[in-house]
Design a protein around this ligand. Sequence first.
Ligand code: ATP
Ligand code: MG
Ligand code: MG
Length: 555
Amino acid sequence: EETKSLNFIEHIVEGDLRQGLDPSKLRFRFPPEPNGYLHIGHAASICLNFGMGLRYDAPVNLRFDDTNPSKEEQEYVDAIKKDIEWLGFEWDKELYASDYFDQLYNWAIQLIKNGKAYVDDQTSEQIAQQKGTPTQAGTESPYRNRSVQENLDLFEKMKNGDFDEGSHVLRAKIDMASTNMLMRDPVIYRVLKKPHHRTGEKWKIYPMYDWAHGESDYIEQISHSICTLEFKHHRELYDWFLDQVVDEELVRPKQREFARRNLSYTVMSKRKLLQLVEEGHVTGWDDPRMPTISGLRRRGYTPMSIRNFSETAGIAKRDNITDLALLEFQIRNELNKTAPRVMAVLDPLKIVITNYPEGKEELLLAENNPEDQDAGFRDLPFSGEIFIEKDDFLEEADKNFFRLKLGHEVRLKNGYIIKANEVIKDENGEIVEVHCTYDEDSRSGSGTEASMRRVKATIHWVSIKHALPAEVRLYDRLFTHEAPDANKEVDFKTYLNPDSLKVLENAFVEPSLANVMPGDKFQFQRLGYFNVDDESTKEHLIFNRTVSLKDNWAK
Ligand code: ATP
Ligand code: MG
Ligand code: MG
């Protein structure tokens, strides 16, 4: 942690400290709008803000930016808290922009009294038409020069619900000729007759984001308000709003921007993710294909892998797309060290070992994790009938196929060498079983000469008598396009990957997995890393593939 290099936001903070900012005044916040679940992009902001909190021993607030009641819900508040805690971060205070509605309202009255705000009776279309263009000044509203008293009366009526939605707004009186379009008398309040998830029916007007955000930062005495690049040109407005209210004795928040995290082969906008959920393209916000924190958790990602990913991918000044492979690398790397190795057969083919004594069974010794000295060994039951993977056998194969083929040998992992002698087919010509013989002296680890005999391949297997049935879900990227929403002309859903989920309902796993719990993680040997699904039960085991063993997409 100490030797970690600083990102450019941290350099800004360091600069402020060098300029004399009292370190005890450092305070950060993470400000989600509770209108969806957190995603891997949010993780960048969470790791940045909470990371600075840890580095400078400064408080970090969790502030729900809940100024738009039409899209916000308690479900999202709960999910957001759960995900931040799961990532391993602790916020100082849990706060809500809606708690500041009274203060914001009082400040708006002060703006009106200072001649800095006015009620506009025009429609949003009319207001938009008067905005002008970046190279041409806008037109002043006919209501711009109302008297303070008239503005106070109208704003009061807006507040009391005397006006319809869309009929009146409160605008800041700034500069209709500003080169920054956002400074051309932005709307700061609108009539909205929607109940709010926290303030209920109390308010008929709600503050706009720009007005609420900076003032909330100021109320909380946030020293550095970190947001994403699309807010860069909002900074001037942020500062203007602060100018109207700041007290020189108090901390004046500083807005700084970094590039949003984009991840290849997915979308990150909550609006689009909600669309995937509502239209049933995924099973929910926590579908393991989703780039949400809850989806990644269900897929088998760990907090550490997401934090390491956020750290490695870094904080950039310019928009970019981070390669999904970088995220996969982190979890593969971690699970390689921590996940117990087990055997599972996803697409079973029956093998009968004809010279194995009738009714006999035995226990083989299997190492739990060669990467972890302390992981120990387990007993693996073996018998004369086993399942192997269908594609590990070919009746006729060329010399480049090293797995099981007629007349040839293969080693069973932790077990014996077997040789395929005969194929049994059904009336359709489908192979239903393969008859093999085993070399009884070849058991792995038995120390015999035969146990050391080298054969071309080792394959995984489960004993039919002992194996447990399981459902296995194989996931692939959700989109076939690297940047599904980059082209505004094309609906991002055009690029949905039709093969993003493959369900194998006829899989078998070794019996040591009888008591697994949701969230337990394993390496299925030769197949990848798997996570026990949230809906898995003892009677119906479900495993989600987190990631394959190797990067299949590497060029
Ligand atoms: P969306 O466009 O999906 O609605 P948002 O930025 O409005 O995203 P918020 O809930 O307001 O979502 O975000 C909370 C915080 O997380 C903000 O500070 C925002 O800048 C940051 N954030 C959101 N998405 C990303 C991202 N992709 N990369 C980095 N930070 C992000
Ligand atoms: Mg948003
Ligand atoms: Mg937002």
